[in-house]
Design a protein around this ligand. Structure first.
Ligand code: BGC
Length: 365
């Protein structure tokens, strides 16, 4: 981070522009300001192992870069931050966790491939006395209850995906029925493009975006509901196929921005104009998506605060390394992004990124 002040400004200003703030992040931010300087020298030899479910996921790659840069800014050596991309394969990820343990890492930060392998990863870390921070994909309630019950040095850092779904619904509802119901038939024909099966973020975003619209009085008419695996190219194919079958949507709700960007490409190639013939929303606030919001191609997106989450994950690992405790759930707020605040959000995100150019070699299996 250029400095903590920028993060404070980001949150404070977003709070002014928007209706929400980042309370949990602010709290952590203040609490670790006092001991940051003492970390610089003491962490140079500490080894951190990181596993990311898939490194070519647009959002996780931003998250991972920020995590590494932030750790370096805290005094970690790039040589001692080992990052594995798990190729969305649970067997690969388990092997990587074992390898990291064998290589003597002092703490683990894991973005699990799925919740089914979380228990095994926890066992491996706990049995070897290694603190563990899960990120982005929330483990099951039973799993989290175990951490509490047995007082394990294991926590989860993430956001409540229900909020992002609600914000997507609100962004669309804010346009009003006269705008959304392009063909005037009294219902909104829509596509839902989902992230991944059994993924909590995907499930909640799907459910809550839709229920927000129906609770606002819209009659929703689903033309297509498919899994796009968080991926731009897959979403483009799904959208193109739907349109070619003459399923013409008024709205496309995507569980993330990468898939919204794919939908935009397909809509354009079909000769339709996004923002006029079809209204598209995503989640994450990827820089490319913010540009689409600014030029009216996307109705809006929802900032998935990878800066706050990656810093919270690193700070939680540090607390464990210092012999301190963490809550077993460390949350974060989403932020609604529409054309009225897109430019400010973009500038604030850019000014809050940690700008060290860490040159960590990512290990692909
Ligand atoms: C993000 C997606 C990302 C997924 C990975 C979600 O929170 O919004 O963009 O692909 O996490 O698990």
């Amino acid at each position: 981070m250029k400095n903590k002040l920028f993060c404070f400004m980001l949150i404070a200003l977003l709070g002014l522009f928007l209706t929400t703030g980042c309370a949990s992040y602010l709290d952590l931010d203040k609490s670790d300001m006092s001991n940051t300087s003492s970390l610089d020298s003491s962490y140079a030899k500490t080894r951190i192992g990181v596993c990311i479910y898939q490194l070519n996921d647009n959002f996780m790659s931003l998250f991972c870069d920020e995590l590494v840069n932030y750790l370096v800014s805290l005094g970690f050596s790039e040589d001692n931050i080992i990052v594995f991309g798990s190729s969305n394969n649970q067997a690969v990820q388990l092997t990587q966790v074992e390898e990291l343990i064998d290589r003597g890492v002092d703490a683990l930060i894991v973005n699990p491939v799925n919740s089914a392998i979380v228990h095994t990863i926890t066992d491996k870390a706990v049995n070897n006395g290694i603190p563990l921070v899960y990120i982005n994909r929330e483990p099951s309630a039973d799993e989290e209850a175990n951490w509490e019950e047995y007082d394990l040095s294991v926590t989860y850092v993430g956001c409540d995906a229900r909020q992002s779904g609600i914000y997507q619904g609100e962004l669309l509802a804010g346009l009003g029925g006269d705008t959304l119901d392009i063909n005037g038939d009294g219902a909104i024909q829509y596509y839902m493009i989902e992230g991944a099966p059994e993924n909590i973020d995907a499930g909640f975003r799907t459910l809550y975006s839709l229920s927000t619209l129906t609770n606002s009085g819209f009659k929703m008419d689903c033309l297509l509901d498919e899994v796009g695996n968080w991926d731009k190219a897959t979403s483009k194919l799904i959208t193109a196929k739907g349109i070619s079958q003459n399923l013409i949507p008024e709205v496309i709700i995507c569980n993330n921005d990468a898939m919204a960007l794919g939908a935009i490409d397909a809509v354009k190639e079909a000769g339709l104009t996004p923002g006029r013939d079809v209204y598209i929303v995503g989640v994450d606030a990827l820089p490319e998506a913010i540009e689409e919001v600014k030029n009216g191609t996307m109705v809006g997106t929802v900032f998935n605060d990878y800066i706050g989450q990656s810093h919270n994950a690193a700070d939680a690992a540090l607390r464990y390394l210092n012999g301190e405790e963490n809550e077993h759930y460390i949350g974060c707020e989403y932020v609604k992004v529409s054309s009225s605040n897109a430019q400010q959000v973009l500038e604030l995100i850019q000014s809050s990124d940690t700008d060290e150019d860490a040159n960590v070699e990512y290990k692909q299996p």
